[in-house]
Write a protein that binds this ligand. Structure first.
Ligand code: E4P
Length: 219
């Protein structure tokens, strides 16, 4: 499974990418608002760090506006992917952008039927929002399973991008189901490295090394 970072923070992207090269990045207006920086400048910076798809999200709600904004974003770098919402206007924009060779990420997907329509509109990525479904008492991960089954049934090439990830368990379950990508907040990414037994094991090795050094000195 590919791992994207779900952030507009250049410093988080640099930190993560220095450990293991990231497969991509997703951004949205909320994430860029948190950074309080210019969207275009930030996207340009990200393209210099990460060699993979970088999602940028227009704010227009009509297809024409989304296409116009999307084309501007796409001019920034070949790796820019345009996010469109799962609405009829979004799907119209998806069709036009895809025909122009611009990859689309259909966002705010909360049902299998929405994912089916997005695939038929030619979206490159589909983003089911797991955490937001969990928030309303549904099982977000069931949606990923359903989409996977439907896409496999009909051979859709659309990539399943598990989004709105809130925990390391989400990441693991998305990988077990066979999602193509998980886009992960930095905090969750950091937590994926952790295990108490790893820390305990390192401490034990260092303690034993020290003991040996003392024994050798006293010989
Ligand atoms: C995905 O592309 C979105 O940016 C993101 O995963 C939304 O997550 P949230 O529900 O935590 O805002």
């Amino acid at each position: 499974m590919k791992i994207f970072l779900d952030t507009a923070s250049v410093s988080e992207i640099k930190t993560a990418n220095d450990i293991i090269p990231l497969d991509g990045v997703t951004t949205n207006p909320t994430l860029i608002m948190k950074e309080g920086k210019d969207y275009v400048k930030t996207l340009k910076e990200i393209t210099k760090i990460v060699n993979g798809p970088i999602s940028a999200e227009p704010v227009s709600l009509d297809a024409e506006g989304m296409v116009k904004e999307g084309k501007e974003f796409a001019k920034l770098h070949k790796n820019i992917v345009i996010k469109v919402p799962m609405t009829p206007e979004g799907m119209k924009a998806c069709k036009v952008l895809s025909k122009d060779g611009i990859k689309v990420n259909t966002t705010l997907v909360f049902s299998a039927n929405q994912a089916l329509l997005a695939a038929k509109a030619g979206t490159y990525f589909v983003s089911p929002f797991l955490g937001r479904l969990d928030d309303i008492g549904e099982k977000g991960m069931d949606l990923v399973k359903e989409i996977k089954e439907i896409y496999d049934n009909y051979g859709f090439k659309t990539k399943i991008l598990a989004a709105s990830i809130r925990s390391t368990t989400h990441v693991k379950e998305a990988a077990l189901i066979g999602a193509d990508i998980a886009t992960i907040p930095f905090k969750v990414y950091e937590s994926m490295f952790n295990h108490a037994l790893t820390d305990k094991g390192i401490k034990q090795f260092l303690d034993d090394w020290d003991t040996l050094q003392k024994e050798l000195k006293n010989k």
